[in-house]
Design a protein around this ligand. Structure first.
Ligand SMILES: [Zn+2]
Length: 64
């Protein structure tokens, strides 16, 4: 059962509240976004790439 913000209980597969008509899927998506942050993951990947390219450049200079 999925409980709407209005307090009405709806089936798990219900997309909208049977009482007030509010979208039930939006509440689920908002909680999922809090668990995984795509922007933070992108920043972390970019930082790792910059560090790796700097290390590779330094090693390349050392070889020459
Ligand atoms: Zn409702």
């Amino acid at each position: 059962m999925v409980k709407c913000k209005c307090g009405a209980l709806n089936p798990d597969d219900a997309k909208y509240c049977q009482k007030c008509g509010a979208s039930l899927n939006k509440q689920i998506k908002s909680t999922e976004n809090k668990e995984t942050n795509p922007a933070l993951t992108t920043i972390l990947v970019l930082v790792v790439l910059v560090i790796l390219s700097y290390v590779a450049f330094t090693v390349f200079q050392g070889i020459l």
